[in-house]
Design a binder for this molecule. Structure first.
Ligand SMILES: Nc1ncnc2c1ncn2[C@@H]1O[C@H](COP(=O)(O)OP(=O)(O)OP(=O)(O)O)[C@@H](O)[C@H]1O
Ligand SMILES: [Mg+2]
Length: 376
């Protein structure tokens, strides 16, 4: 495959996983030198005196770029805000540099499989978006990853392109009906190595049904442990990410009991820290009574808008409180990230060269590189 025939992304998923033991992701990005991208913005005129070349209209600027907010604040703005150097060119050069850095990096398997619960009682802060995109990035790095969708809304299943209508075997069958986890797994159609245990609408009733069941808080934990000890066709998972609903019912308690690590996405907005102390208290309770190993290992700042001072203030405050847990990578507010689920995709396949995709890949790399002993 030549560079010119490449899609916008970094990898060739189907051949990559099957044919090589090296980390899968981003290997093609090394071929895209920053000057290639800058060149695309400033093409060399090739006309003659009779047929002069008409300079391209601003509308030829690739659309995704103009709709992105970058992490470092290089934002596409109107001409009245444009500084003398081109922010778009800077943005593209920056993205090319980040893609090259990702291409040149590798991610090792964790010494022990890691189980993380992605949780925040606050709704709409980016739990599902973070779960599916971090999972996709880890799988593109060559790891075997499972997303367990324990939210009756089924948003993670949708975002991964996994059918989850009422007849599909789901997490409900695992936690309520005692079925094996292996029986409900589906592979993500776009990303080899990424699997999903989907949620169906049945899960909405599970909170009530669980109340009268034996070992109601640890049913998911038992299912995961049984699978990892007797793995089905996908094999042992390196990472298991559990996407929680925005509440602390028995489903979320099951997720806390099943995991060793809590991963909290925090939206960079005014109410971000409200409810966080309640979440931490709940984690402490679970730790005291049900799962002594549970700890907050990771915090990720999401929907960061570099144009607002508020985002920076919230980010500073969170970093001051949780110095060791907060990832250096920050997820920008990005139209491409919010569009991806409507195509049944993560942003990593929907627009792999976007700032959002790169940020999630960087966050996943950081997560994989971290020791799990933080805050223990
Ligand atoms: N970085 C981002 N930029 C732009 N939009 C985003 C970003 N992250 C998430 N969103 C959008 O914000 C909305 C809420 O995100 P998401 O569903 O991931 O939150 P959640 O915490 O899982 O919500 P819930 O509590 O309902 O489960 C979605 O429409 C999503 O597409
Ligand atoms: Mg969600």
């Amino acid at each position: 495959m030549t560079t010119s025939s490449l899609p916008t992304g970094w990898h060739e998923p189907t051949t990559a996983v099957a044919s090589s033991s090296e980390p899968v992701g981003w290997r093609n990005a090394a071929r895209l030198h920053p000057t290639v991208l800058v060149g695309a913005l400033h093409p060399v005129p090739a006309g003659t005196a009779e047929h002069p070349v008409v300079p391209p209209e601003p509308a030829t600027v690739p659309e995704p770029v103009s709709r992105e907010t970058s992490v470092d604040g290089a934002t596409a703005q109107g001409p009245e805000h444009a500084p003398s150097t081109s922010p778009l060119a800077d943005e593209l050069v920056d993205r090319a540099r980040r893609r090259q850095a990702l291409a040149g990096s590798s991610v090792g398997k964790p010494a022990q499989p890691r189980v993380l619960t992605i949780s925040n009682q606050k709704g709409g802060v980016g739990k599902t978006t973070t779960t599916v995109n971090v999972a996709a990035a880890l799988a593109q790095f060559g790891l075997r990853v499972l997303v367990i969708d324990i939210d009756p809304q089924g948003n993670a299943s949708t975002a991964l392109g996994i059918p989850h209508h009422a007849e599909v075997p789901s997490v409900y069958d695992v936690v309520v009906e005692d079925q094996e986890l292996a029986g409900v797994l589906q592979e993500c159609p776009d990303i080899p190595g990424l699997w999903c245990a989907p949620a169906t609408i049945d899960l909405a009733g599970a909170e009530l049904e669980l109340v009268s069941l034996v070992a109601r808080e640890s049913r998911l934990k038992r299912a995961i442990e049984h699978y990892q000890e007797h793995p089905g066709a996908p094999g042992v998972f390196d990472f298991i990410l559990i996407d929680c609903p925005p509440s602390l019912g028995l489903l979320t308690v099951n997720a806390f009991v099943a995991a060793r690590e809590v991963f909290i996405p925090i939206q960079c907005e005014y109410y971000a820290l409200e409810g966080l102390s309640q979440l931490l208290k709940n984690i402490e309770l679970i730790r005291a009574h049900l799962n002594p190993e549970l700890h907050v290992s990771t915090i990720l700042l999401t929907m960061y808008d570099a144009r607002t001072r508020l985002s920076a203030q919230v980010a500073d405050e969170v970093r001051n409180h949780f110095t060791d847990q907060v990832l250096k990578s920050t997820i920008p507010r990005s139209v491409r990230i919010s569009e991806a689920p409507s195509h049944g995709q993560t942003v990593l396949t929907y627009d792999p060269s976007s700032s959002g995709a790169l940020s999630y890949a960087e966050a996943a790399k950081e997560l994989a590189a971290r020791s799990t002993t933080i805050a223990e």
